[in-house]
Design a protein around this ligand. Structure first.
Ligand code: XMP
Length: 326
């Protein structure tokens, strides 16, 4: 019988053997998966691991700071931060199709990594040992949904599995491949990571890029970041963080509806709240949030976020809806 403790010991031993004296890099996304994957590899090979945090500009408010400060403080890991916002925005310009967005984000992500890897090798004292390994926080459900585990149809090309380019020059280390989300959190706690990281709700690798229905622009990202921060703040204040699995906040950037404010007519965008309950993200139900909490979020978003004049609630289970809108 296996426990999460066994899994860590087993992974640490096999990663040590796999990596030998070579070097590994790991992308930190800000989420619990990459943080736990990195912590396991850090435990196995220490300074041979360098974490790379690609700030793709698609993160939520405050997330970059959490990675740069909290995670580093907790693990002592070596971290290289790459500000790639401009690059991602340029690559995404004019693109509305969800799968195309995912592919672009996945592709740019890998390229930024390769660039970071070259810089890490060049700057390191023992430049003789190349970075050979790429650590990824791929979970069991990702493997299954991308057709990697069971031959199931490819439902969405999760960029951490299906979107890798053919010329990929890294060997993958995926310490979480057999685990479900709740098991990953348990492993994180056993590794002593702070609750702020371990208890964090899932957030997709492509970030807010797949929560803007329509083209992704800096102005739209800023708008969505504000609305998302309000929703998260109110859900936390109401003590609902552990009740819900996650609550994507989605901007319908290509939709406008008529509203009224004071004496004036408005013509703004809707924001969708997508609170869901789930065990493992394979299936989900919409969360029956208290009306007062929904009302507070709605009032604040429409008051505080310019250009948003309507807040709607997604009451679809998964299936048939997915959790994310794209
Ligand atoms: P869906 O939308 O497929 O989402 O029901 C299931 C879970 O996976 C997250 N998600 C992703 N995570 N890369 C990720 O790392 C992705 O491309 C991606 N797409 C969706 C989603 O937030 C939910 O928790």
């Amino acid at each position: 019988d296996w426990t999460t403790g066994n899994i860590v010991e087993e992974q640490v031993a096999s990663i040590r053997e796999q990596v030998g004296t070579k070097r590994a890099i790991c992308g930190l996304s800000g989420g619990v998966d990459s943080a736990v994957a990195a912590a396991i590899v850090q435990k196995a090979v220490g300074e041979q691991l360098t974490c790379v945090f690609v700030d793709h500009g698609l993160l939520r408010k405050g997330e970059a700071e959490q990675v740069e400060k909290d995670f580093v403080a907790a693990t002592g890991v070596q971290l290289k931060v790459v500000d790639a916002e401009q690059r991602f925005l340029s690559a995404l310009a004019g693109v509305s199709d969800p799968e195309e967005k995912r592919k672009i984000i996945g592709r740019e992500f890998i390229r930024v990594f390769e660039q970071a890897e070259r810089e890490i090798v060049e700057q390191s004292a023992d430049a003789g040992e190349p970075v050979r390994f790429l650590v990824q926080g791929t979970l069991y459900p990702d493997v299954v949904e991308s057709g990697g585990g069971t031959g199931a149809a490819n439902i969405k090309s999760h960029h951490n599995v299906g979107g890798l380019p053919d010329d990929l020059q890294f060997e993958l280390i995926e310490p979480l491949r057999k685990l479900f989300k709740d098991e990953v959190r348990q492993v994180g706690r056993e590794l002593g990571l702070p609750e702020a990281i371990v208890g964090r709700q899932p957030f997709p690798g492509p970030g807010l890029g797949i929560r803007i229905v329509g083209e992704v622009t800096k102005a739209r990202l800023d708008l969505l970041r504000e609305a998302d921060a309000i929703a998260r703040e109110e859900l936390t204040a109401a003590g609902l963080d552990t009740e819900i699995w996650q609550c994507p906040v989605v901007l319908l950037a290509d939709v406008r509806s008529v509203g009224v404010q004071g004496d004036g007519r408005t013509y703004g965008h809707p924001i969708v709240l997508r609170p869901v309950s789930s065990e493992d993200a394979m299936t989900a139900d919409w969360s029956r949030l208290p009306y007062e909490v929904l009302a507070r979020i709605s009032t604040r978003i429409t008051n505080e976020v310019a250009e948003v004049n309507r807040v709607v609630l997604d009451v679809t289970s998964k299936p048939p809806g997915t959790i994310e809108w794209e």
